[in-house]
Design a binder for this molecule. Structure first.
Ligand code: GLU
Length: 506
């Protein structure tokens, strides 16, 4: 029987979740669900200096909003916990010590000053920032250069020390990446990374390997930015576990912005969101806008993310989560960077709004309108409004402009759009129209339109030229759905009131 699929998303809680991070979650999730496996979220918070309050809660809220709920996590429980690395601190030392005992790692006692001196002493034009690696390690203060007695003495005295991996000098480290195929590294180019820090915390490199092992992770999928760390992880898997049950690896392509890798700054510069949800940096107070608050539906957000780096081999672009689970395959994930196009992202959202059932849109639109100060007492009326305007809304927030005028008479009327072409004949037409509408027995769009056109024709006026003033009277500007549908929903009294008020201004 093949091994149960268990994948993990392993974020460090250092800030908001970027598009690329959510896409990593999504691909992990889809792969797990497709293979009836488990999706685990592990919080990698061993770097205490980078800890940001609120970031962990933000991650879980984002997953919830996207509908990508983990099977196991700090919040969901599970039998492989704790799922927060800082709570697993005690686990890692024994692995680091085992590596030392077997000659794959060593204690390093160098002080920050000594490390700085090394960087200065070995700096050359070709090598401006020398690393602690096989060319340098024998000139430093560590258990490879000190005698066994001296090392023991320093350890017994509790001297500050770290454990570093001893990277082999000449070894080709290879592994198969599910997206890139065979990937090889020359071990001599990689430095002796710290595995266990002076504060007793593991670094990411040690913790990721130990936890993937203990949590029985079958596939480790992550962003391309982690590819350079892969040789360290492969060697640790070899030294600690003889490569037994090592997960299959995949590194997802970068998401590209207008100038290379998509960054937070691109978002601010070009006016599009880069994070899933709004994120306020607790230190600087800086707000980075999110797709959620911008007015994206989670369905559209995951759909557009799925297609940033994957397609099903057909022209199909709109996929529900269920379809994505059914169709997703790692074979169809590209290795080249995927370009993010905000116009296309909005297109996805528009398509999803058009497809979404009115009853599902109602609570979302209602929430937005209430936030903008509108009181909604009639759910059915809102249903009718949504039906009427949804095709015109690209973002959920567009519903505010497209429906506010149903609840509130416009505060400003675009007089300038009407005045230059306003005439005595038009004034008379609208006066007659008001009289007609006052008496209209059936208040529905069809009758209102028929009467409008008849009166126009009797007065020898083109309905086309009367439509814009009528619209401006009702909504205040040049927007909104069909004007007779608007009048129908506004009702007789309100329609006539708005007409009279606007006419007095033209
Ligand atoms: N903690 C890493 C991060 O912040 C995880 C990388 C991995 O998945 O191995 O993205």
């Amino acid at each position: 029987m093949s091994k149960k699929v268990r994948v993990r998303f392993a974020p460090s809680p250092t800030g908001g979740l970027h598009l690329g991070g959510v896409r990593t979650v999504l691909y992990n999730y889809l792969f797990a669900k497709k293979n009836k496996g488990d999706f685990i979220v592990r919080i990698e918070d061993t770097d205490q200096n980078r800890y940001v309050p609120g970031a962990e809660e933000y991650i879980f809220e984002t997953l919830k909003w996207c509908g990508l709920e983990p099977d196991e996590s700090v919040q969901h429980g599970g039998s492989y916990g704790p799922y927060r690395q800082s709570e697993r601190k005690e686990i890692y030392r024994q692995y680091a010590e085992k590596l030392v005992a077997e000659g794959h790692a060593y204690y390093a006692f160098d002080t920050p000053e000594e490390l700085e001196k090394m960087r200065q002493d070995f700096k050359t034009a070709q090598n401006p920032s020398p690393q602690y690696d096989h060319t340098i390690r024998m000139r430093m203060r560590n258990s490879l250069t000190l005698s066994t007695e001296k090392t023991k003495e320093l350890l017994d005295a509790g001297t500050r020390q770290v454990i570093r991996i001893k990277m082999p000098e000449k070894e080709t480290v290879s592994f198969t990446d599910m997206i890139r195929g065979e990937v090889s590294f020359d071990s001599s180019t990689v430095d002796d990374k710290v595995l266990l820090k002076a504060d007793g915390m593991p670094t990411y490199h040690l913790a990721v390997v130990v936890d993937d092992h203990l949590m029985q992770i079958s596939h480790a999928f992550r962003g391309e930015e982690w590819l350079p760390s892969a040789p360290v992880h492969i060697l640790l898997w070899k030294y600690l576990f003889g490569l037994e049950n090592m997960p299959q690896w995949a590194h997802f392509p970068l998401i590209l912005g207008p100038n290379g890798k998509l960054s937070k700054r691109d978002g601010a510069k070009y006016g599009f969101p880069v994070f899933a949800m709004n994120w306020t940096d607790p230190k600087t107070g800086e707000l980075t806008e999110g797709f959620k608050e911008k007015g994206f539906l989670p369905e559209a957000f995951i759909n557009l993310l799925a297609l940033l780096g994957w397609n099903d081999g057909t022209e199909q672009e709109i996929f529900s989560k269920e379809e994505l689970i059914e169709k997703f395959s790692m074979e169809r994930v590209h290795s080249a960077g995927a370009k993010f196009d905000y116009e296309k992202a909005k297109w996805f959202n528009h398509e999803w709004i058009k497809r979404m059932k009115v009853e599902d849109l109602n609570p979302k639109v209602s929430e937005l309108l209430v936030q903008s100060g509108i009181t909604i007492t009639n759910k059915d009326l809102l249903d009718k409004i949504i039906t009427l305007v949804k095709d015109r809304c690209t973002l959920l927030t567009d519903f505010i402009q497209q429906s506010t005028f149903f609840f509130k008479a416009p505060e400003e009327v675009d007089v300038d759009a009407v005045k230059p072409k306003w005439s005595e004949a038009k004034k008379l037409f609208f006066a007659e129209l008001i009289r007609n509408y006052e008496l209209a027995p059936d208040w529905n769009a069809h009758t209102l339109e028929t009467n409008f056109k008849e009166i126009a024709s009797v007065n020898d006026l083109k309905p086309g030229e009367l439509m814009l003033p009528f619209r401006i009277m009702l909504v205040g500007g040049k927007f909104g759905p069909g004007v007779f549908e608007i009048a129908e929903l506004l009702g007789k009294e309100e329609t006539i009131k708005r007409m009279q008020f606007a006419i007095s201004k033209f």
